[in-house]
Write a protein that binds this ligand. Structure first.
Ligand code: CMC
Length: 430
């Protein structure tokens, strides 16, 4: 925390003035420390935490107004252009970019943790064949805690590091297994001669009878999708991981909680919702009708993939994703697909329409990632699973940052609006 010369805020309630310390970070707005208000008999009220900094963190910085996203200080567009997903995982976890040797060791370590215990296969069999893959992911990720008793001491830094490696390495394996299970195809073992994204594609699309030939353009797009989703400061799922972790729960359980929070259509489920929405719109000629619906206050319909709690400008990840989307569709020769034409029309209308412009509703990362994933041949139910896989290093980096520092159990208070105390009335007298 930077020195801000003892700056203070003053709050006057019922004639009494309370001095509240003001804290400064390295970037971003100052924050008012309201911790001592409880002692004065008050809580603060901030539904949705729109004005609340829940923790100190040195991992990711977002300036939503300017459309800036930095991981450990490095802009996302530079990372997308020059780095790769695994290097970003290292950066998020360790705070600095690796040397070439450190990178080689890290990449090798991740490769050597990609298999999951054979007994985990039995767990998959317990799910209905048509189970949503996110339901499977919530279950099997939490279940990993039953397999790694050797690294469950959260106070031990080495054990925390091993857990981080295990989770980053095993998520693509579990993700691909959740897809294969629904198809009824055999699970594919990971291959150590492939890199992270290639390996995921191999486990998704390969079969024991036929190798999957990895297309480098698709593999690069897959790596970018993971990279662009790797972290996004205190979003709903990361905050969930921190809250669960603050109780001392084991890291696999915390990540499973994060996966559950990510599932919702207002968060990670949006990429799936974008494609479902395009399906529902069905044809370019219906777009105006749906834009009208989105603007109607009495209609709950929203344009999925538009708007963001923090970005009130173009999401910098969406810019990179848009470019990747173009590369993939060109490579696959599907740049003229009806879905893409609808998406482009929608994007144009929404960017020019007064309602969207005024409310600063720009396309977000999920608007394009859904289109890329569909073009690659990944079914819509898998989109959020891929988001979860990519977000795993962010979740662990935040969990680890919290556990290795000083933290309190997360325990918000409330503005109670229920009945005041009253006496119990027996059945006959109600
Ligand atoms: N379509 C139409 N209107 C919208 C949309 C949209 N996609 N998003 C927000 N609005 C309107 C909303 O109705 C409200 O209008 P008014 O001020 O008249 O009541 C105004 O814009 C502000 O919206 P809000 O819901 O108060 O904003 P929020 O910060 O609470 O919600 C959001 C942010 C992302 C949940 C929301 O924009 C949304 O539901 N978008 C669609 C779902 C989506 O794409 N989610 C993915 C987010 S990016 C991935 C991630 O990081 O998880």
């Amino acid at each position: 925390m930077a020195d801000n010369g003892g700056k203070k805020a003053q709050l006057t309630i019922d004639g009494k003035t309370v001095d509240l310390p003001v804290m400064s970070g390295t970037l971003g707005p100052d924050v008012i420390d309201v911790g001592k208000l409880t002692g004065e008999g008050y809580f603060t009220y901030d539904p949705g935490f729109v004005s609340t900094a829940s923790c100190e963190s040195a991992i990711t910085y977002i300036d939503g107004g300017a459309g800036v996203l930095l991981h450990r200080g490095y802009p996302i567009d530079q990372l997308a252009e020059h780095s790769n997903y695994l290097e970003l995982c290292y950066l998020l976890l360790n705070g600095e970019l690796p040397s070439q040797d450190e990178y080689a060791v890290f990449a090798d370590t991740i490769k050597r943790h990609t298999m999951v215990h054979e007994q985990l296969v039995h767990l998959f069999r317990g799910f209905r064949r048509d189970a949503h893959p996110m339901a499977i992911m919530c279950g099997v990720t939490g279940a990993l805690s039953a397999f790694y008793h050797d690294s469950m001491d959260i106070a031990d830094e080495t054990q925390r590091r091993i857990t981080a490696h295990r989770l980053i390495a095993k998520m693509p394996t579990l993700a691909a297994m959740s897809y294969k299970y629904a198809l009824g195809q055999p699970f594919m073992y990971p291959r150590n001669d492939l890199d992270y994204a290639e390996n995921f594609l191999h486990m998704m699309f390969g079969t024991p009878c036929e190798d999957y030939e990895v297309n480098p353009v698709i593999a690069k797009a897959m790596d970018r999708i993971f990279l662009l989703h790797a972290d996004h400061e205190q979003n709903a799922s990361t905050s969930t991981v921190r809250l669960a972790g603050s109780t001392g729960a084991n890291p696999y359980a915390c990540i499973a909680a994060g996966i559950a929070a990510l599932w919702g259509p207002a968060h990670g489920g949006a990429n799936e919702a974008v494609l479902n929405m395009l399906d529902e719109i069905g044809d370019e000629k219906n777009i105006d009708k749906y834009v009208k619906k989105a603007k109607d206050k009495d209609d709950p319909f929203r344009i999925m993939g538009f708007g963001h709690r923090v970005y009130k400008n173009y999401d910098p990840r969406a810019k990179v994703m848009q470019e990747t989307c173009r590369e993939v569709l060109e490579e696959l020769g599907t740049e003229d697909s009806p879905v893409l034409r609808m998406a482009q029309r929608l994007e144009k209308i929404a960017l020019e329409d007064e309602y969207f412009v005024e409310k600063k509703l720009y396309p977000n990362v999920d608007f394009y990632s859904g289109i890329i994933l569909k073009a690659i041949g990944i079914p819509t139910e898998m989109f959020t699973v891929i988001f979860a896989t990519g977000r795993t290093p962010g979740w662990i980096a935040h969990w680890n940052e919290m556990i290795s520092g000083s933290y309190k159990i997360g325990r918000p208070r409330q503005l109670y609006t229920g009945p005041q105390q009253r006496d119990y009335v027996p059945f006959g007298k109600r």
